[in-house]
Ligand binder design. Structure first.
Ligand code: PLP
Length: 429
């Protein structure tokens, strides 16, 4: 840790002092040999946990043949094969094409450029509370914490943000059971009729479940209503499935659960099976950029493509999409009880294995329980559970999709113990 502090730029903060050395199944080991149950999956990357034999074999096979040859200047089969697979599972439809990247942020950059290029419209819409990456284009959309943007401007012009349907803390202070999704009407009534010419908007970029912003899923009918509005003006819908994709919610992509088809989709994180890989997938008619207009040296690295293809194939072979739905439902059943049992638990929400528990100081004021959150996370760490937060005070549960039911229960037992302890402490204060 001292060596880290001496040599690394410290523009990020670590959750707790763990130095990870290896992993097996849903557990990771630190350099002292301590074992931790993993509810983080390397920030929603390690969908198959650690040391999946098929992924390791695919990597071994590929490294013995070719490590790199730059796909956008030459051809190799691995990039084409994973792209064919992505097109087959993408909610953008089977008439889609792919651009491969190394990361989520680059997939979002490609999305912005593709949308502007294909529509010839400059403006991009995004949500407050969103996280789309940290390079300057994607950062212009990111709006979940001021520290992520402070002193980095000027950012992209022609980007407008609107409030996300965060129903537990409705930005319009409305009642979600009677509001009629006013938050979509707001876009029409305020933006499009006052200061954003809708015919100048290329794309609305959105997460389906806000990740970094606090594990907040949009309500069920939201995207259908939003899509109707966007279609009226020929505005593309670009979904950021970097965190929610590749099976995390029990569908290949979370948007499938909302009954709409996006025009563009960004994937990364779990896509590379632990190696750096991202993708922009889009309807073919949007992906006809001029030759030479967009490319990447490392995008679609053959080893990452082999690992990624093997990950997708394993998810299919193990029937993990159904498993994720089952395990997600099991967790949600238990967490719903916590809402009544513990003062600290304000809201529980999620889809599949992307679940948030929002902690509040009291249920009436809903004041974010930031200090208490850190006590819970540190307590879990000391008891051998790795779990982190999102937003101001939401615990994020994102274990490997392969996690066993008994391990889910072990993790929830540890978490519940810590929540109980800190809840009792609040009641005493
Ligand atoms: N989009 C979402 C929804 C994310 O959660 C992230 C990363 O956390 C990104 C984009 C950026 O991905 P990367 O860190 O691979 O650039």
């Amino acid at each position: 840790m001292q060596r880290d502090e001496r040599v690394m730029m410290q523009s990020f903060s670590r959750w707790y002092p763990v130095v990870v050395e290896s992993g097996e199944g849903s557990y990771v080991y630190d350099i002292d040999g301590n074992r931790f149950l993993d509810f983080n999956a390397g920030i929603a990357v390690n969908a198959l946990g650690y040391n999946n034999p098929s992924v390791l074999e695919a990597i071994r096979r590929q490294i013995s043949k070719l490590l790199h040859y730059s796909f956008t200047d030459f051809l190799y089969e691995q990039a084409i094969t994973i792209s064919e697979k992505l097109v087959a599972i993408s909610p953008t439809g089977t008439d889609s094409r792919v651009f491969l990247t190394n990361s989520g942020t680059e997939a979002i950059e490609a999305m912005i450029k593709t949308a502007r290029w294909s529509t010839r419209r400059p403006t991009v819409l995004a949500f407050s509370g969103s996280f789309h990456g940290r390079t300057l284009g994607s950062l212009s959309l990111t709006a979940s914490k001021p520290v992520q943007r402070r002193y980095f401007g000027p950012l992209l012009p022609d980007v407008e943000h609107v409030p996300f349907p965060y129903c537990y803390r409705c930005p319009f202070k409305m009642d979600p059971s009677t509001c009629g999704l006013y938050c979509v009407d707001f876009i029409a009534d305020e933006l499009f009729s006052k200061y954003v010419p809708p015919e100048e908007v290329s794309v609305f970029v959105t997460e389906i479940i806000q990740g970094e912003g606090g594990y907040v899923p949009a309500p069920d009918d939201y995207f259908r209503k939003l899509k109707r509005l966007l279609d009226r003006y020929g505005i593309l819908l670009g979904v950021d499935e970097v965190q929610s994709g590749i099976g995390r919610t029990g569908n290949w992509f979370a948007v499938e659960g909302y009954g709409i088809k996006p025009d563009l989709l960004a994937s990364a994180k779990a896509l590379g099976g632990g190696l750096p890989l991202g993708a922009l997938i889009g309807k073919s008619e949007l992906m006809e950029l001029d030759k030479g207009s967009h490319a990447s040296t490392f995008g679609g690295n053959p080893v990452a493509c082999a690992a990624g293809l093997s990950t997708i194939t394993e998810i299919e072979r193990l029937g993990l999409l159904d498993e994720v739905k089952k395990k997600g439902a099991l967790i949600m059943r238990r967490l719903s009880e916590w809402k009544d049992m513990y003062e600290l638990v304000g809201d529980v929400r999620g889809r599949g294995l992307m679940i948030g528990i929002e902690l509040v100081k009291d249920k009436q004021s809903k004041e974010a329980a930031v200090k208490e959150l850190n006590q819970v996370l540190t307590g879990c760490f000391k008891k051998g559970l790795l779990v982190i937060a999102a937003g101001k005070s939401t615990i994020r549960i994102a274990p490997p999709l392969t996690i066993k039911e008994e391990d889910v229960m072990i993790g929830l037992d540890i978490l519940e113990g810590e929540l109980k302890k800190v809840s009792q402490q609040i009641l005493k204060e």
